[in-house]
Ligand binder design. Structure first.
Ligand code: TYD
Length: 213
């Protein structure tokens, strides 16, 4: 049991190598950390994930509705996984988080008019005082947009959801989204052009500092 458990989000463009790094982190930290993902992580949130990512009807709905699906999954994850895990003294490492909503829905999809609703719903989901809190740190895997896209398209394990196969401009907007997010929230970028071992080493150094804080 940790006296000061941390809530860390890992994020990046599709093709950033995030999946590989999450696997390495699982091997390194094992059961001492609760690993989860967004959207998803609890049975109900996984249902929302299927709706948001795989159901073609979601693509025909409104930008606000799609945004709310990601937030709804996040609200569920907070209440039923993040808060209990932190309370039990475990660190929580999440594969994606609200940084993705900011980068993909507001910037990739070009709906910056959702900024106010983002700020407001984010505050509610992470409202302190009932055991919730915002992530202590966002670790974002960063690399040129065209490299991320090429890697994503080449990855045979990638299950193609309706967010894959976007054009280069989309990837560039998502990257801009992560950069803008970092102006407001505690983000550390990791150079994802390094070898997987060096990326992993960089992540462990960031985490060591975070755990010591
Ligand atoms: P990811 O978790 O990387 O899974 P996979 O390996 O199956 O692609 O991708 C989930 C997709 O969901 C990714 O394209 C980004 C998108 N997403 C959003 O658009 N908004 C969000 O808030 C989140 C959490 C994810």
């Amino acid at each position: 049991m940790k006296t000061n458990p941390k809530y860390i989000v890992f994020d990046g463009m599709d093709g950033s190598g995030k999946g590989t790094q999450m696997k390495l982190l699982q091997e390194t930290f094992g059961d001492s950390v609760v690993f989860t993902r967004e959207p998803g992580g609890t049975p109900f949130a996984e249902e929302i994930r299927t709706l948001a990512l795989d159901n073609p009807l979601a693509g025909k709905s409104t930008p606000l509705n799609n945004f709310l699906l990601f937030m709804a999954a996040r609200e569920e994850l907070q209440q039923n996984l993040v808060v209990p895990a932190l309370r039990s003294g475990k660190h929580v490492f999440s594969d994606r988080g609200d940084s993705s909503t900011y980068a993909f829905q507001l910037h990739g999809e070009e709906h910056e008019e959702l900024l106010d609703v983002f700020t407001c719903t984010r505050e509610l989901v992470f409202a302190e005082g009932n055991g919730r809190r915002q992530p202590d740190r966002y670790i974002v895997f960063d690399l040129p947009a065209h490299v991320a896209r090429e890697r994503a398209l080449r990855d045979p394990r990638r299950v193609q959801n309706r967010f894959d196969l976007r054009n280069l401009n989309y990837y560039e907007r998502v990257q801009t989204g992560f950069r803008k997010f970092a102006q407001h929230y505690p983000v550390v970028f990791v150079d994802a052009m390094q070898s997987r071992e060096d990326v992993h080493r960089s992540v462990k150094e960031i985490l060591a500092k975070e755990f010591a804080a």
